[in-house]
Design a protein around this ligand. Structure first.
Ligand SMILES: [Zn+2]
Length: 437
């Protein structure tokens, strides 16, 4: 059993002083407000938030940061650069890269990640001798860093809506069949910090005729899919099937509480109603959506319709949970001409509890039964000094995180990841999968 004493904490939307949290085996067993600290308690200074969930990541995309801005282009030209990094991955260098990226996430205040993983085979498309070597590398990376992980193993079979074949760069993404994918996916095992989910990469990559089979092999798991990130994806789906991507997922019976639509940028009013009525989640990735010129999705309309909003870093051009939160609200302000589109409580739910639920965990709450993941924010930095305590975290950045607890273990202290210099770890790992221009 460990106990943490928080100077202040935000509990169900209110700032509370002197909060003592006890945990056993990584799960909260007691919460006392206005409590004295015991001598053995781990003291968390500043403002403590529930753990922040990164609902959608592709760890290896981190290698592209600061390398894609020279020649303009579109989502599709960015994708060509991304494919070159994907081609360079092997189990050893991906363990190193994912470890460094997960360490960056932890130090930034993320306590859980949903890794949407679609590079499964060797570059020429043949399986690894032990099957799931890249998946095991990602699981080992999260375990070594101490970041909670849901591995969202993605099915990827084709190169476009309507049965296009795979491009050469896409061969290593494909297991060739739903059965082959499910067998490889289910051969990976984890530990206390690890869970598994399923993913359909997108309507571009999986024929809709197979969606129901995917659902049958994935019952009880989180199921994620990229949905309507780009207008061209919608146009191709409509041309091939007469249905939007969301309608195709609905037709197959996949929309429900376990389903998370990633992006949902270009949705029709019918799509919004389908996702809301199903109680599905929609994960916004604002720093990626603006970087890739995707557009602004209908976040407020989705929440009003009944969808649960969560947040993710996606391509990891930015790893900062506070910046994703601001992006969700600020994009809405720009699109609507109104301020305060989401309450601070709604924003914290998107950054925390909703993300945990989307990844298959009970977390993001200062309550008995929730996983004991905590993030402490410094209240006296140049960014946070003078802010009202209940809104201070909306002014913070990842640089203001001082302490991070995952499953009752202090992993970041004094703003530093316990396992080493994150910048140096990233520099070494990225050098192995990129060529210097
Ligand atoms: Zn993505």
């Amino acid at each position: 059993m460990n106990a943490f004493w928080c100077e202040t904490a935000i509990i169900t939307g209110r700032v509370r002083d002197s909060v003592r949290i006890e945990e056993t085996d990584g799960v909260i067993t007691a919460v006392q407000i206005g409590a004295e600290a015991d001598a053995a308690d781990v003291r968390l200074p500043g403002l403590v938030l529930p753990g922040l969930a990164n609902g959608h990541s592709h760890a290896f995309h981190r290698a592209l940061r600061g390398r894609t801005h020279a020649d303009g282009g579109t989502f599709w030209t960015w994708r060509e650069q991304m494919y070159r990094v994907a081609a360079a991955l092997d189990p050893a260098n991906y363990f190193e890269l994912a470890s460094a990226v997960f360490a960056e996430m932890l130090q930034a205040g993320y306590t859980a990640v949903g890794e949407f993983h679609y590079v499964h085979r060797m570059p020429d498309g043949t399986p690894y001798p032990d099957g799931a070597e890249l998946e095991r590398a990602i699981v080992a990376a999260a375990q070594s860093v101490g970041l909670r992980l849901t591995l969202l193993d993605s099915l990827y079979l084709g190169g476009g809506v309507g049965g296009h074949g795979l491009e050469p760069a896409q061969r290593r993404f494909s297991d060739r069949s739903v059965e082959g994918w499910a067998q490889r996916r289910d051969s990976v095992h984890g530990g206390p910090l690890i869970r598994f989910g399923a993913a359909i990469h997108s309507v571009r990559a999986v024929p809709p005729a197979l969606f129901a089979e995917v659902g049958a092999t994935s019952r009880g798991m989180p199921l994620h899919a990229h949905v309507s990130e780009q207008p061209a994806e919608n146009a191709a789906a409509l041309a091939a099937t007469g249905r939007t991507p969301t309608e195709l997922f609905a037709d197959a019976g996949l929309l429900g509480a376990d389903f998370t639509a990633i992006h949902g940028t270009h949705l029709t009013t019918t799509d919004v109603a389908l996702l809301g009525d199903a109680g599905a989640a929609v994960c916004f990735t604002p720093t990626t959506e603006r970087d890739l010129a995707d557009g602004i999705g209908p976040a407020r309309a989705l929440a009003d319709a009944g969808a649960r909003l969560s947040l993710g870093s996606d391509q990891n051009a930015v790893i900062d949970p506070f910046e994703e939160v601001r992006g969700l609200e600020m994009n809405e302000r720009l699109a609507s001409g109104e301020r305060g589109r989401f309450t601070p409580a709604e924003l914290l739910a998107a950054a925390s509890a909703n993300g945990y639920r989307s990844l298959g965990w009970d977390g993001g709450r200062f309550e008995v039964g929730s996983v004991c993941d905590l993030v402490s924010v410094d209240t006296a930095t140049p960014r946070t000094a003078g802010s009202a305590p209940d809104q201070l975290w909306l002014a913070a950045t990842s640089a203001d995180v001082t302490a991070v607890v995952v499953a009752g273990v202090l992993r970041v202290e004094g703003g530093q990841y316990a396992g080493g210099d994150v910048g140096a770890l990233l520099r070494q790992a990225i050098a192995k999968v990129t060529t210097t221009p």
